[in-house]
Ligand binder design. Sequence first.
Ligand code: TEU
Ligand code: CA
Length: 543
Amino acid sequence: MSEWWKEEVVYQIYPRSFCDSNGDGIGDLPGIISKLDELKALGVGILWLSPVYASPNEDNGYDISDYRAVNPEYGNMDDMDRLIAEAKERGIRVIMDLVINHTSTAHPWFQASRDPASPYRNYYYWREGTNGKLPNNWTGFFGGSCWAYDDRSRAYYLHLFAPHQADLNYHEPKVLEEVKEILRFWLDRGIAGFRCDVINILWKDSLQSSPKKAVLTGSDHYLSLEGTHRILREIRNILDEYDAFTVGETVFVDTKQACDLSAPERRELNMVFGFEHMECDQRIVKWFKTDFHPARLAKALSRWQQQVPWNTLYLENHDQPRSVSRFGSARYPIHSAKLLATMLFTLKGTPFIYQGQEIGMTNFDFTSMAQVQDVESRNIDALLRSWHVPARQRWRMIAPTSRDNARTPMQWTVEPQAGFTTGTPWLGVNGNYRFVNYASQKENPDSLLNYYKQLIPLRRGSETLLFGSFEPLRISDEVFAYRRVGTGEAYTVVLNFSDKPQRVPYVGELVLSNYGYNRYDGLLQPCESVILRERMDDHVKTK
Ligand code: TEU
Ligand code: CA
């Protein structure tokens, strides 16, 4: 099997918010096709589409009602075929989101399963509560219980996410057989692989109650269990027939579990998304934001770099606030966005760009819950309200962490609605599009976008940046420095996360500074990042 996915850069598209071709305010497949030249120019080799399947959109496509149909809001199967073909012409592979932990409750399987006599009954977890109580005490990812009652069934069904996302029951062997056919359906159309949604929680070993936990009571019954490993190996057999690629979204994994899920010899996933570095600014996941400490981010990343053979490198996706708002300096936003990009493309692993990250899109400018659509934010808001938390306080907790921060429409131009649509966008456009937009950055040689266009070929053209080993040099709240060592050469990357100049002892020939400098003397400007190169023969060991 070739490992083609190691050298590529992935670009994640959230279709609803990327580009609207017909003025209905919703991004679509023809819109994506119209931007393929831009993606090619950026240097992207893989496009990951968040779900475009038929869906009632309770969770914007992560609630699928037909795995073999394109959501008409986004286009039709011809558009999908055209996207795959046009991307291929430009050397870009398309991967899809595979959401198989749950289906929409609108899916025909679920609708049939509501009848206790149906052959589909066992596709889901139906349980009667005992003595008017819920079947167990588990809590869901979006807050509250994960059981919903269905009158027609006179029973509860399990949903680890929203009530409209019913968990599939993999104890029923037919479920995996269905999934395999869905995989073949898309692989035969030319899809190059899948990003696998919450893939490490498929197998539930039992539905017993669990000891109460701060986050997610019950998770000991489904996190990365042997049953899941077995399913992943079966799926991999099919993927290997097509030389296809998988990246697993794996929740609550440590480096050991990440290795178990992605080690090549185990033949499960090719790589996984860990979350530890994304939790470095959150005390209780999602709910309270504390200050960002660069050392915590660097420490988490370093540990993963050293302990996991091949990483995903990401700072954003459709579930996370924008990286420049989170990890960047308010005084030096552009330099810090470039610094973060420097880090993204010089660590070891496959880099993922989330749409808009390459132009430094920021968190939304919404001022109240009324502008938010995300089901997770709305659930958390309702839960906090039920605890009598005042509205202002609720907003202060939700605004910085809401998933809608990442979902505002892509900012293409200075035209109304940022050129995303000629109609009314489904979610508000950030007012800063007048100065944060693709078109103006394309023209400006010093822009973030053009900095990405320098970094991507730099990584691609260097065996050392692609495959060299990783060694941390310094981890502090001011400076994160590390070395990538290859044959005959080494790169030293120095990132000054602070707003103050920093003197550092590292040496080497300057390859790239995010200030555009062509001289380096060991003194870094605020939020300056440098990539230095040394040939091994003139290599002097530095600390
Ligand atoms: O996310 C899984 C997941 O862990 C998230 O719920 C995460 O806890 C939260 O969003 C962090 O803010 C995946 C998808 O990426 C997400 O969009 C879906 O809502 C979810 O699965 C259910 O399919
Ligand atoms: Ca549209």
